[in-house]
Design a protein around this ligand. Structure first.
Ligand code: ZN
Length: 295
């Protein structure tokens, strides 16, 4: 097996000659994709599509689940965290800025969540839970989340979900329509990546709204005529440009306004990485945290 892991924070041990913004000893966040910061896509804010970029743990690039990581394009990729000796709760939230919090934020931004929005979040994994945080942070008045798992329901509520529904499929759509006077939500956030979850997101979206898609649907047919054409529904999202989002989310984490690190409910050392994945696979854990070489 090759290198694995694409979400990490760490302390710089050594910096290349062209790296100026970060130095040895700095605490840094690595977005899950590296980027040059200068190409047309980066300048447009879509760092996840950087022409010189790529993702950690793929195509011979180091993964984050190891004792050391070589970061390509470090100058434009890494984000230095100001301050030092951050409490453990803050450190956990900093890790989520590497991917999952930025991904939840991307779903909400893509769907156009703004002040007063009624938002539906499909998916109670770490991405969906972070999307609840993101929606509230962007001013959503109401966030309808779906979950059948008591621990996840509680977390969704603590992150600001106002309605938590256990329904799935057609029953989920009916429940949302019932709670929104038959209108549907202003923004549906699809954070799972299955045919059923995408179907639910499209069905609960009110006409004229945009569905934010950050799950990775495989083998899913999108009914373009029935949705985009006849219901005026748009679809946006894709791979989150985490590097673009980290700076604004970082200040909210450091100032204690958001606590996405609470999605980590399982913790183990590098030797237990197999168990960390098993816990998530079996849904015993929302998200696993690996501690590597920290005292
Ligand atoms: Zn670029």
């Amino acid at each position: 097996m090759g290198p694995i892991g694409h979400e990490f924070v760490g302390v710089v041990e050594q910096a290349g000659a062209e790296v100026r913004d970060v130095a040895e000893g700095d605490l840094v966040i690595a977005p899950f994709t590296y980027s040059d910061g200068t190409c047309a896509h980066c300048r447009a804010g879509v760092t996840s599509q950087c022409v010189a970029g790529g993702s950690f743990g793929n195509h011979g690039i180091d993964g984050g689940q190891g004792e050391a990581v070589r970061v390509p394009l470090a100058e434009s990729t890494l984000v230095r965290v100001p301050g030092s000796r951050h409490p453990d709760e803050t450190m956990r939230s900093l890790v989520t800025l590497s991917d999952v919090m930025c991904t939840g934020h991307h779903a909400a931004v893509s769907a156009g969540v703004g002040p007063g929005s009624v938002v539906g979040v499909v998916g109670d994994g770490a991405g969906g839970l972070c999307a609840v945080i993101a929606a509230r942070r962007l001013g959503a008045a109401r966030v309808i989340a779906f979950s059948r798992n008591p621990a996840r329901q509680e977390l969704a509520g603590s992150f600001g979900a106002t309605d938590i529904l256990a329904e799935r499929g057609n029953a989920a759509t009916e429940a949302v329509l019932e709670r929104t006077d038959g209108v549907g939500v202003d923004a549906a956030l699809e954070c799972v990546g299955t045919g059923q979850s995408l179907g639910t997101a499209l069905a609960i979206a009110r006409p004229g709204s945009i569905v934010g898609v950050v799950g990775a649907p495989h083998g899913v047919d999108m009914p373009i005529m029935e949705t985009v054409v006849f219901r005026n529904i748009g679809l946006r999202g894709g791979v989150a440009p985490a590097r673009t989002y980290i700076p604004e989310l970082l200040s909210d984490v450091l100032e204690g306004r958001i606590h996405p690190g609470r999605v980590f409910d399982f913790e183990i050392g590098l030797d237990g990485v197999t168990e960390a994945y098993a816990a998530m696979d079996e849904r015993r854990a929302i998200k696993s945290l690996l501690r590597v070489g920290t005292a």
